[in-house]
Design a protein around this ligand. Structure first.
Ligand code: IPM
Ligand code: MN
Length: 357
């Protein structure tokens, strides 16, 4: 199979972790006889330095023409202490999402048995947790009208039926292949947009009779995520609540360095680790590449290469089981970013003997 893959390494550790994911994709291509062609583009602070824009048109073109694209991370400390900076790396990400219509952000959270001890939550609470968050990504308060008045500021939150319906369908379809349970997270006791979400999602649920739907206010959901995360299967929610609840859920996985994500639209889709650009670690070969490699596995799924995706996940599991991990996950010995990538590549290319060390 031939696929065009865009590659946006971005800032900080982005290029290092993306390089490992590309190695893994190449190993998969080789083994299964696929041809992946890569086109690289700049985004974030590095793009601002080169062109003055966080998302140059050239990069957007690359993404538009891709079947899917990998995204590393963006952000640089020089922007963090300047909330008034006119051009910011984050604008590149928001523009990508909006221009490409990447409306569904999918964030799986898995409690890996070998890492239960890494979470600040009690093992018995998190063992077996397997949640996927469907966060709406191109609407709501992030993209509503915003501005200043004489003595204040405003950010409007709006949602159309269409924006709610299309992601709701994806969440129900996912639940059908999982434990058949969708939890809608909202604030319908206060917000009109949330009341619309409830109405629409309740209607759509009728098309998926085998899936159970319940709804939960976001404040309660934030508490339940810590107290009893096993109750969740698929979480469906709007942009802002999804941003917050998915960071909270990431604590269950034990390390941010493990969490992948997909942002899916009708034309192309973006795959990125949840973690940021980790500027302090840049160039040191210590960043955990697993979240990006798992994002590449989500990309393979999205491209219909299901066996290939399973193989990548098995290799990641093998690296965790064998302690072939970077320092954020290591009990004793830790390995460099590139060594972890090499292990996974060998595990895929050479099969079982290379997966157990
Ligand atoms: C995320 C990030 C972004 C968001 C920022 C960087 C704009 O926090 O992907 O969750 O708020 O969506
Ligand atoms: Mn976030």
């Amino acid at each position: 199979m031939k696929k065009k893959i865009g590659v946006l390494p971005g800032d900080g550790i982005g290029p290092e972790v993306v390089a490992e994911a590309i190695k893994v994709l190449n190993a998969v291509a080789e083994k299964y006889g696929h041809t992946f062609t890569y086109s690289y583009g700049d985004v974030g602070a590095i793009a601002i330095d080169k062109t003055g824009e966080p998302l140059p048109d050239e990069t957007l073109d690359i993404c538009e023409q891709s079947d899917a694209f990998l995204f590393g991370a963006i952000g640089h400390p020089k922007y963090d202490n300047d909330p008034k900076a006119k051009v910011r790396p984050e604008q590149g990400l928001l523009k990508l999402r909006k221009s490409l219509g990447l409306y569904a952000n999918i964030r799986p959270v898995t409690a890996y048995d070998s890492l239960l001890h890494m979470s600040p939550l009690k093992t018995e609470k998190i063992k077996g947790v397997d949640i996927v968050v469907y966060r709406e990504l191109t609407g709501g308060i992030y993209f509503g009208e915003k501005g200043r008045t004489e003595d204040g500021a405003y950010d409007h939150c709006t949602y159309s039926n269409y924006e709610i319906d299309r992601i709701a369908h994806l969440a129900f379809q996912s639940a059908q292949n999982r434990r058949k349970h969708v939890t809608l997270v909202d604030k319908a006791n206060v917000l009109e947009t949330s009341r619309l979400w409830r109405e629409r999602v309740t209607e759509i649920a009728k098309e998926y009779p085998e899936v159970k739907l319940d709804a939960m206010f976001v404040d309660n959901a934030a508490m339940q995520m810590i107290q009893n995360p096993k109750q969740f299967d698929v979480i469906l929610t709007e942009n802002m609540f999804g941003d917050i609840i998915s960071d909270e859920a990431s604590v269950i996985g034990g390390s941010l360095g493990l969490l992948p994500s997909a942002s899916v639209g009708d034309k192309t889709a973006m795959f990125e680790p949840i973690h940021g650009s980790y500027p302090q670690a840049t160039g040191q070969n210590i960043a955990n590449p697993l979240a990006t490699i798992l994002s590449a596995a989500m990309m393979l799924d999205h491209l219909g290469l299901i066996d290939e995706a399973i193989e990548v996940r098995q290799a990641v599991n093998a690296s965790l089981r064998n302690g072939m991990v970077t320092s954020d996950l290591a009990k004793e010995q830790s390995y460099g970013t590139d060594r972890v990538g090499d292990f996974i590549v060998n595990c895929i290319s050479d099969g079982e003997e290379s997966c157990a060390q």
